[in-house]
Design a protein around this ligand. Structure first.
Ligand code: ADP
Ligand code: MG
Ligand code: MG
Length: 208
């Protein structure tokens, strides 16, 4: 259950970075949304961390299924449902492995991204977390394809997510609650893209 233990440790890192940025994410969501992105992510990831710890001794799949279910259930809101389903999908991809190869990591990231695009149906440019997620995925897979080690692939992908999240400031929201106030959102990045990039950066630091 070594990989399950690592998965729980990563969820706990995600919890830390969400707590550090909870207020900032709420303020960002208040510009054109309903202001609950910080508290929603906090509630979701708190529940996920508790459920992940409670599943200790279990496989990556066991830990991430429990964490993802708790995340969806407790977060409320769009981002919570998306994060929860993505965490579950990554866990299903890793299954009962005791360790993972670069290929396994690539498959888990793909499963994570597919869960979000399949459930949320946002397209690139809609100004959602997808605008940070897909550049992250593409950079990660590209680096691994080029034979680069996992820590480097993660660092490059996290940097890609960060600049892509910043670039959402120029977009008008076409999905989610911010859509009716699209004009207000101009000049400000999408909250879900920003939280994704923050989390990617923290996970990358943790895994290196
Ligand atoms: P809610 O919008 O329900 O209040 P949050 O505030 O927690 O939920 O999350 C808002 C974020 O969710 C947005 O900034 C955006 O990144 C993301 N989001 C909204 N709709 C979608 C969607 N259909 N697909 C992907 N991400 C989405
Ligand atoms: Mg919101
Ligand atoms: Mg809401």
């Amino acid at each position: 259950a070594e990989l399950g233990r690592q998965a729980a440790a990563i969820i706990s890192q995600i919890r830390n970075v969400v707590i550090e940025h909870e207020e900032e994410l709420g303020k960002l969501d208040a510009i054109a949304g309903d202001g609950d992105h910080g508290i929603g992510m906090r509630r979701g990831v708190d529940a996920a961390a508790t459920a992940g710890d409670a599943a200790h001794g279990s496989s990556a799949k066991g830990v991430l299924s429990a964490a993802g279910e708790a995340w969806s259930e407790r977060a409320g809101g769009t981002s919570g449902a998306l994060w929860g389903s993505a965490v579950i999908a990554a866990g299903q991809s890793l299954g009962n492995r005791e360790s993972y190869s670069a290929q396994d990591a690539a498959a888990a990231v793909e499963a994570f991204a597919n869960a979000i695009t399949e459930l949320g149906k946002a397209e690139p440019g809609d100004k959602t977390m997808v605008d940070a997620l897909l550049p992250f995925r593409d950079a990660f897979l590209g680096e691994l394809d080029g034979g680069n080690p996992l820590d480097r692939a993660l660092a490059v992908a996290a940097a890609a997510a960060e600049s892509a999240a910043a670039a959402t400031a120029e977009l008008r929201p076409l999905k989610g609650r911010a859509r009716p106030l699209a004009e207000k959102s101009l000049g400000h990045p999408d909250p879900g893209a920003v939280s994704f990039a923050l989390i990617a950066a923290r996970v990358s630091q943790f895994i290196d």
